[in-house]
Design a binder for this molecule. Structure first.
Ligand code: 13P
Length: 287
């Protein structure tokens, strides 16, 4: 059931668990995530980066595919279709295309410009019942061409953006997109605690979910994180499972080259990874 992410994240924050945002790349990805959410009776957020949106022929195609799949699979758990790290222009495109949630990533603008653009987009999103995420303090690493330095957010700026009426807030706390380097120092809980104190009941978002140790995930949830984004980890298990199939020569046995067979191990690997994350985040049976 397609819905905005506001209610599911308010409930998660109050219930001390987190809802996973899993980024989608194609039909297999979307189907694997939706079916797992339904099987586990968990709310879920489908993340779409601008790059992935372009790859899938644009936001309109994505919105049409997700709406039709949600209906055809008989999905009853809450599902939000969310723009990930959107530019100002992409936010408007997704509002028009039928997304149920957007993220405006104004973190690279000076704070005054971030405030002005976020304010405008909060109104545009809320007028049509969409939820909106904003970001303060860039998330490190690179995702689909969006590059961030990985700085920790300033709690006062978080409060300023939270007060604009955004529904959930991504704050940099030393997290990085992609695989963490061996010398990564871990999440800054000092920063998270300070932000959590200043923003009240605002659900906080943890980007760069891939590779964060389980105990740090659990601690982050206890300090107000209610949405955790996972992208790279699904890509890694998909690639590994597909490689295993090909290296075992299975594509050369009988009709093993059939794309429905070739992509099946990767599909199952995504399902298993999403299940593992939903169990860790505590969102099972919370639909
Ligand atoms: P990872 O690719 O590190 O899991 O990060 C995902 C993310 O934060 C999407 O915005």
């Amino acid at each position: 059931m397609l819905t905005s992410a506001t209610e599911m994240l308010q409930k998660a924050r109050a219930g001390k668990y987190a809802v996973g945002q899993f980024n989608i790349n194609n039909l297999e990805w979307t189907k694997a995530i939706l079916l797992t959410a339904q099987e586990l009776n968990s709310p879920v957020i489908l993340g779409v980066s601008e790059g992935a949106g372009k790859y899938m022929c644009g936001f309109e195609t994505v919105a049409a595919m997700v709406a039709a799949m949600d209906k055809s699979l008989g999905i009853t758990v809450p599902v939000a279709l969310h723009l990930d790290h959107g530019s100002y222009e992409a936010c408007y495109k997704c509002i028009k295309a039928g997304f149920t949630s957007i993220m405006f990533d104004g973190s690279h603008f000076p704070i005054d410009e971030n405030v002005a653009k976020t304010t405008e987009l909060v109104n545009a999103a809320h007028n049509l019942g969409l939820s909106i995420e904003a970001e303060v303090g860039a998330i490190g690493g690179e995702e689909d061409g969006v590059i961030g330095k990985g700085e920790c957010a300033d709690p006062a700026e978080c409060k300023q953006i939270a007060d604009l009426g955004v529904d959930f807030l991504a704050a940099g706390i030393g997290n990085i997109h992609g695989v963490y380097p061996a010398n990564w120092e871990g999440l800054s809980f000092e920063t998270l605690e300070a932000i959590n104190k200043t923003v009240g009941e605002m659900p906080l978002v943890l980007h760069g979910g891939t590779g964060i140790p389980d105990d740090q995930i659990t601690k982050a949830i206890s300090l107000g994180v209610a949405k955790i984004n996972v992208n790279t980890e699904c890509q890694l298990v998909f690639a590994e499972a597909t490689r295993g199939y090909v290296e075992a020569g299975k594509d050369k046995q009988g009709k093993g080259f059939d794309p429905r067979k070739l992509l099946a191990p990767g599909f199952e690997a995504i399902k298993a990874k999403v299940k593992e994350k939903m169990e860790l985040f505590g969102s099972v049976n919370k639909a």
